[in-house]
Each structure stands twice: as C-alpha cells, then as structure tokens.
Ligand binder design. Structure first.
Ligand SMILES: Cc1ncc(COP(=O)(O)O)c(C=O)c1O
Length: 422
C-alpha cells in the first residue's frame, strides 16, 4: 500500500484501527524513562521495539527446547527443528512466496545482499556487464556491489533521484540496456521514506533481460509485500525492523535462480556428502545457503513477530503510520528554517530534516536529554545525503505503537532544542 503525504493533518483525536493503548502494553520498553522523561521512541527505521510475545519466545526456547537443529534425533532437537522450520512457512506466507525452499535465513538484509552478490553475482557477472543501484540505497546495497565490481570489473551505475527524493524513472529507463544484468534497489528508502515503484521497475528490468533484487528492509514493517506480484528475483528483509529480534532476516529468491547458484559459505548443514577423494556435494535449497548453526532462537522468535504484525494487521499499521507521518510533517513545518528532505508523493513513515543554524548531531544529543530518541547522521546513505548537499539529517521514524501525543512531545522538544543551539 502506498500513501501520499499531502493530505490534511489528522486531528489529534484521530485513532488507528487497532486498540493503541493495548498494543503499547505489548512493549515493556515503552514504559521506561530516559533522563527522567517518558521515552518517546522515534528511531524505528533503525530498529523497531520488540513485543513481549516475541521476548517470551526466547525464554520458552532456552527454558524448554534449546537444541541444535536438523541433525539430532532426540526430542529437544526435534522440537527446535520443528519450530525453526515453522518460521520458514510463516516467512513464505508473509512474502507470498510460492515455495518454502525459496526462503533462506540470513543474519539480516545485509547478509542477504552479500549472499546474492557473492553467489549469483560471481556466477553471472562479467567485465562487460552493468549493475544498476539507485542513489537512495543504504550502504548495504552499494558496498557489496562495489567490492564485487572491483574484482570482476563490471560497471556500477546509479539511478538518480529528483528534488523530492523520488527515483527518476525516465533516467532509469535510459540506463537499462542489454548490458544491464541486475537492478538492486530498495523498496522503501531508510533515509527519506520514499516508496519506490518496484513492480514497474521489475517489469522494465525484465524487459531489458536483467534481474532485480529488492531490499525490503524498510518495506516489510510498513506495508504488505507480495514478491510474486512484484515479480522480484530476490527480496531481502531484516527481522529487527519488523518487531522481531536482531541477527535474523531472510532472502527470498526465484527457485530456478537459487537452484543454479553456487554455495557461498561452506560448512555444516549445507552439504550432501563430503569427501577428500570424491569431492563434496551440496544440499538442496534452502540448506545449500545456510552453512553452520543459525540463530535458532531468533529465527523461531521471528515467526512470533510476523504473527504479531498479522494479528494487528499490516494495512492498519500502514494507515496509522501514515497518519503519524502526515501529522508530524505538518507540525515540523511550523519551525523556521527547517527543511524536510524527502517529499516524494509516496512515502512511508520516515521524516528526515535539517535545521538552519542547528547541527543535526547537537539536536540528536539534546533531544535525547528530553527523552526523545531520533536518529541523526548519514543513515548509511552518504551518496544520497551528499546529493542533497548535507552530511547529516535528523530522522524521526514511526511504528505502530507511536501516538499523536508523542509527535507533539517530539515537536515541542525539537523547538526547545533549536532555541538552545541557535
Ligand atoms: C533500506 C535498508 N537496507 C538495508 C539495511 C541493513 O539492514 P541490516 O543492518 O539489518 O542488515 C537497512 C538498515 O537500516 C536499511 O534501512
């Protein structure tokens, strides 16, 4: 689902389609104080908070069935394996993938992209080829391609953005040609919140004979994702941005691509047979790409996080975050000298801004003293920020549990801090 942000700000009485007070009760951390002030957590694009239902999974796992998976015949190993593989089905359904085997567990989006670069990239890219990334990318969807391009010699090209921070689709069309082998693009920009037209981009990439990898780190928490409708060749996301634990994420890939790809990391679990004389043969997908003991508890807890999202309803979350974003956008516009970066018509719940005469770093530190957690810095998107002529921005980003009152607290704190530093 995508939204436009030019709608009128919701009245303070606006409410989500879910019981917000009850939902907040799921998050123990939201009742803590920071520097003697109630925490207002607006750094959700960096990591979202974790509901108690997910935290309880860890307790349950380590108290009752902590065991290594797949290889054990005993009851605990069986229970752990069942729970672990259960998450694979939940992720499959969450992304609407065709087949369980298309879901590979990784440490997160970064590792998923590195897997594609090192496996698919090494096997399929040559010195005359081109890979397109966008200017909106997180460093995790730039640097793996730069590293590989240094070795292989393919050309990395950049899809530009317009002044609102929307991708320049005419330029994208112009960049695609018969040498383009891959388009690597995020679904939603972490730095600006821009929602990219990935379905249209996939169609165009495929017409040019290229594959498309979609970085869904910022999309999965905020909107329904259907990898088949997008026709993504690869889709990656991180658990910790979608109310789940750190250290776990997933890569979706089209079956024929994954089956043809060579393994990346070698070790236990990813083999069929190992021999010094006959050579080694590899397991079928997805295990071919899951070497070593994975983050078992985290994978199991990810299932609970995705179920939690489904229970609340991703459409309701998306609508509520949009109301928060619209309200916050209107409120910060009251502040003299504040410039919003990222005013694309389709945006998710990210509000990035700079303030004339006030360094972003100072704002971040001082507003924390008032209990408000926002992010300041380059958001791992240095090329994009440099394009906008800045080194750092302040970024407030929203999740299901945020309230309009928290937006008011944030704006009041921001005004106070700006008065202090100017
Ligand atoms: C758009 C985007 N891509 C990739 C990443 C990297 O995710 P992780 O650090 O969980 O691997 C992030 C994290 O901020 C992100 O926002």
């Amino acid at each position: 689902m995508s939204h436009t942000v030019d709608a009128a700000a919701p009245a303070l009485s606006a409410a989500p389609a879910f019981d917000l007070a009850a939902l907040r009760d799921d998050f123990p951390i939201l009742s803590r104080e920071v520097h003697g002030k109630p925490l207002v957590y607006l750094d959700n694009a960096a990591t979202s908070q974790t509901p108690r239902q997910v935290i309880e999974v860890f307790n349950d796992y380590y108290s009752r069935y902590n065991a290594n998976i797949h290889r054990g015949l005993h009851t605990l190993a069986d229970e752990a394996t069942g729970a672990f593989e259960g998450t694979r089905e939940t992720v499959r359904a969450f992304l609407n993938a065709e087949d369980l085997r298309q879901i590979i567990f990784t440490r997160g989006t970064t590792e998923a992209i590195n897997l594609v670069a090192n496996s698919w990239g090494r096997a399929n890219l040559g010195p005359d080829d081109e890979v397109l990334v966008s200017l909106l990318e997180h460093h995790s969807n730039i640097v793996p391609w730069q590293l590989l391009s240094r070795e292989i010699g393919f050309t990395l090209k950049v899809i530009p953005v317009d002044t609102d921070g929307a991708l320049d689709m005419a330029a994208y069309r112009g960049l695609l040609n018969e040498r383009t082998k891959l388009v690597a693009v995020n679904h939603v920009s972490n730095a600006l919140g821009t929602i990219n037209p990935v379905t249209e981009m996939a169609t165009l990439a495929h017409q040019a004979g290229a594959k498309i990898l979609v970085d869904g780190a910022q999309a999965t928490p905020h909107q329904m994702v259907d990898v088949q409708a997008i026709d993504a060749d690869f889709y990656a996301f991180s658990g910790h941005k979608v109310y789940g634990p750190t250290g776990v994420g997933a890569l979706y890939g089209k079956r024929e691509l994954l089956e043809a790809m060579p393994p990346w990391q070698g070790g236990g679990e990813m083999i069929s047979t190992v021999s010094f004389t006959e050579g080694t043969t590899f397991a079928a997908i997805p295990h071919k790409f899951e070497a070593g003991t994975p983050a078992i508890a985290e994978v199991i807890a990810l299932r609970r996080a995705l179920e939690w999202v489904q229970d609340v309803g991703i459409a309701a979350i998306s609508d509520w975050e949009h109301q928060l974003l619209t309200y916050a956008t209107q409120r910060v516009r009251e502040i003299d000298g504040l410039r919003i970066l990222g005013t694309a018509p389709h945006k998710a719940g990210v509000l990035s801004f700079v303030v004339e005469g006030a360094h972003s770093q100072d704002i971040g530190l001082l507003i924390d003293q008032l209990g408000v957690a926002i992010r300041t810095g380059h958001h791992c998107a240095q090329p994009l920020l440099h394009h906008f002529g800045v080194d750092a921005t302040c970024r407030a980003s929203f999740a299901a549990y945020n309230t309009l009152e928290e937006v008011d607290t944030f704006v009041a704190a921001l005004k106070r801090v700006i008065d202090m530093v100017r």
